[in-house]
Write a protein that binds this ligand. Structure first.
Ligand code: COA
Length: 386
């Protein structure tokens, strides 16, 4: 069959159904997100990130005995393997945190006792180790590139609190840990977003779970996806003053109607943190995070950046009608947590690794190679004449 007889193509696979999944769904018109049938606003802060991870992987929230057992299993996998720490020390200090993470996860595959096994229990064991590894690497790189030693935080405590301890070298307050716990839940999964799709494509070839995680991290980096999170915080800091917002937004997107389509597509001609392939309105996560950003700014005294963010939000929505996405106000929360701009996407990865693993487990359980077609627009068959 030539591609001429296949159904027409959709640029960017927009609205194409590429798989069946029972994990997560998005209602773009209403701005709602559901994990296993639970609305995200009901989950955030009411289940811990560990419980949400259990829900995503196994389909149900853990029971009274299962919850502590699963949290203990995740906690038992904590700790940065010494060879991974040694690898991180060899990286140039200017290495982007997500590149450091991608490299470390790829290397960790060579150390994993189950790397060659795709048995369901081996994949769960690897998922547990990946969920523990990602925050350990992110925190270690945060410290190593600043000339500090990685911190081996005490083994107990929740996932978010443990991560913050590794990051800062001291135990966080309960309120700060709770903020990060909610952020992790809000970012844990998002249906067939680009990095998750990349992970499922890798799994569908029966590549191992670490290979899928590396594909996902690599895909998350782009400014059209998770990379926007870094860009938002860098942009808000560069603007720095609510009074400068209108001029900034005008200079960045005010002249868009005079640009060609290719010029309009350049990252510099877009506002990071706005627009979405599926949502037509601000989504539930963004609404929750906006409130958290306001509260965190007030609690930490870092109100200036929140004011800049509010002014940008008002200007861009008034001008374009684009929905704000999860990356916008989360960057303000990360700033209040003391996280530098180029680490925002790595925090995103710390959460999303739970979703990547959930989708990988689902794909392994009912797999078929993912191999779409291209709508061919090249030359017709022609003879090679020399
Ligand atoms: N700033 C300015 N214009 C934007 C925009 C933004 N952030 N997002 C979309 N648009 C415009 C596009 O330029 C395009 O207009 P045009 O057809 O006149 O050129 C139109 O809206 C549709 O954009 P398109 O790129 O086709 O939508 P998409 O569904 O393919 O892309 C995103 C979705 C998320 C990649 C896109 O909205 C974007 O680049 N956002 C900024 C990056 C970001 O925040 N990413 C994180 C996503 S969670």
């Amino acid at each position: 069959m030539t591609t001429a007889t296949l159904p027409d193509w959709k640029a960017g696979l927009e609205d194409v159904i590429a798989t069946r999944s029972a994990i997560c769904t998005v209602d773009g018109a209403a701005g709602r997100l559901y994990y296993r049938g639970y609305e995200i606003g009901d989950l955030a802060g009411r289940l811990s990130f560990e419980e949400v991870t259990h829900l995503l992987w196994f389909g149900e929230r853990p029971g009274d005995a299962e919850g502590p057992a699963f949290a203990a299993r995740l906690a038992g996998a904590r700790g940065l393997p010494a060879p991974v720490a040694a690898l991180l020390r060899t990286l140039p200090r200017e290495c982007h945190p997500l590149d450091a993470l991608r490299t470390a996860v790829s290397f960790a595959a060579t150390l994993d006792p189950d790397v060659r096994s795709d048995a369901p229990e081996a994949n769960v064991a690897k998922s547990v180790r990946l969920v523990a590894l990602v925050p350990a690497v992110v925190a270690a790189w945060h410290r190593i590139r600043a000339g500090l030693e990685p911190v081996a935080a005490p083994a107990g405590g929740g996932h978010a609190a443990h991560f913050l301890h590794m990051l800062e070298g001291r135990a966080p307050g309960a309120d700060v840990a709770r903020v990060l716990d909610v952020i992790l839940t809000l970012h844990a999964d998002h249906e067939l977003n680009a990095s998750t799709f990349a992970a499922r494509v890798a799994v569908a070839t029966l590549a191992d779970l670490h290979a899928a995680a590396v594909a996902a991290i690599a895909t998350l980096k782009g400014p059209r996806h998770g990379g926007a999170n870094d860009d938002v915080l860098a942009m808000l800091k560069a603007i720095g003053d609510p009074a400068k917002v209108e001029d900034y937004v005008e200079a960045r997107i005010g002249h868009r109607d005079r640009l060609s389509r290719a010029e309009r597509a350049a990252p510099g001609a877009r506002m990071p943190g706005f627009g979405h392939r599926v949502y037509r309105v601000d989504d539930a996560r963004a609404r929750v995070i906006r409130v958290m950003a306001k509260d965190m700014a007030a609690a930490t005294g870092r109100t200036r950046l929140f004011e800049v963010a509010e002014a940008v939000y008002a200007s861009v929505t008034r001008r374009t009608g684009l929905p704000v996405n999860v990356d916008f106000f989360s960057a303000v929360v990360y700033d209040a947590l003391g996280i530098p701009p180029d680490f925002c996407t790595s925090i995103f990865a710390t959460a999303r690794v739970a979703g990547w693993c959930a989708h990988a487990l689902e794909q392994y359980a009912d797999n078929r190679l993912i191999r779409p077609r291209a709508h061919y627009v090249g030359p017709s068959p022609r003879p090679l004449i020399r």
